[in-house]
Design a protein around this ligand. Structure first.
Ligand code: G3P
Ligand code: CA
Length: 242
């Protein structure tokens, strides 16, 4: 059955990658949550999409130039002009405390595509083990070397190869690397591409799907996971097809 994942939490209505957006995603019935991780100067794993804090907070500069304590002063919901209160950048640990006993799958995206954050894979793996969420996690990245590094450390986890381009023979590519899932941008999913990926038994988990017509197309095509900013809408549409 197709699953409904909240992209950066319920980011269509709440500040992305904040505890508020994660709690709202759970409240609105998401099956899973997608989030992005980066490393601070003192090597804390924090949940934030960009390498800098400029777009999503009222601060400026690289995440990796701040200690976690310093980052806590910035408001990750500043674009809502106070309507959402003050929301700090969460740590991955804080998030795992929230979901550890819940029936929620977490898609952790390693943001190692621009800054490599050497050692982030080990740190994420340590937390997964500490919180015992091995069966409730999918690790994805646009940096496929990063995925292979983590697979060396934790061969039994589920992994996804992110792609924003029209990769040829994506199913074969994932299969040959021993990776279970392919995470393409949704508009690349033509019937031919879907068939090629499915032929290799690879799961298709696609982003960022926000429009009703796109959600319907992907449900009808039997995609595995829809990752979108509006888990309320995706959830309603999935119910219709049950
Ligand atoms: O993991 C799916 C999607 O989040 C990848 O793109 O830029 O939104 O992190 P981006
Ligand atoms: Ca992401």
């Amino acid at each position: 059955m197709i699953k409904n994942f909240a992209h950066r939490g319920f980011s269509g209505k709440y500040p992305e990658n904040t505890m508020l957006a994660f709690k709202k995603a759970i409240e609105f019935g998401a099956d899973g949550i997608e989030l992005d991780v980066q490393l601070t100067k003192d090597e804390e794993i924090v949940i934030i999409h960009d390498e800098t804090i400029d777009r999503t907070t009222n601060g400026k500069g690289l995440v990796s130039d701040y200690t976690y304590e310093e980052l806590c002063k910035f408001d990750a919901s500043f674009i809502y002009h106070g309507q959402m209160g003050f929301n700090k950048i969460p740590t991955l640990r804080e998030y795992l405390e929230l979901v550890k006993d819940k029936n929620i799958v977490t898609n952790i995206e390693l943001k190692t595509g621009i800054l490599e954050y050497i050692g982030i894979e080990e740190k994420v793996w340590e937390l997964i083990q500490e919180y015992k969420i091995e069966k409730k996690v999918i690790i994805s990245s646009f940096n496929h070397y990063s995925i292979l590094r983590m697979k060396e450390l934790a061969p039994d986890l589920k992994y996804g190869l992110l792609s924003e381009s029209w990769l040829i023979n994506a199913g074969k590519y994932a299969h040959d690397l021993g990776i279970q899932c392919y995470h393409p941008i949704h508009y690349n999913l033509t019937p031919e591409i879907i068939n090629e990926i499915k032929k290799y038994g690879i799961e298709i988990n696609t982003y960022t799907v926000n429009k009703e017509s796109d959600i319907r197309y992907l449900i009808e095509k039997g995609i595995d996971i829809i990752i979108g900013n509006f888990p309320d809408l995706t959830g309603e549409l999935i119910k219709e097809y049950k």
